[in-house]
Design a protein. Structure first.
Length: 69
């Protein structure tokens, strides 16, 4: 599956946190982690929306899924 998050903005984010030099592997590892977390949270949020008998995933569903972590 292709990466969902763009490489350059993630690298810039890491640099903005104080990392002067960032390897490609470090960026790739962070991207993999972020994608896994996003998938897990989306799955939980979908469960919540289905439980509420809705088809649309809402901001509130995502917030609740995040808070349940």
């Amino acid at each position: 599956m292709p990466k969902v998050f763009a490489w350059s903005p993630i690298k810039e984010l890491m640099k903005s946190c104080g990392a002067e030099m960032v390897s490609r592997e470090a960026v790739d590892e962070l991207i993999s982690y972020l994608e896994a977390v996003a998938k897990e949270l989306t799955s939980k949020a979908l469960e919540l929306s289905r439980h509420a008998q809705r088809k649309k995933l809402t901001e509130d569903d995502m917030k609740l899924a995040i808070n349940l972590e």
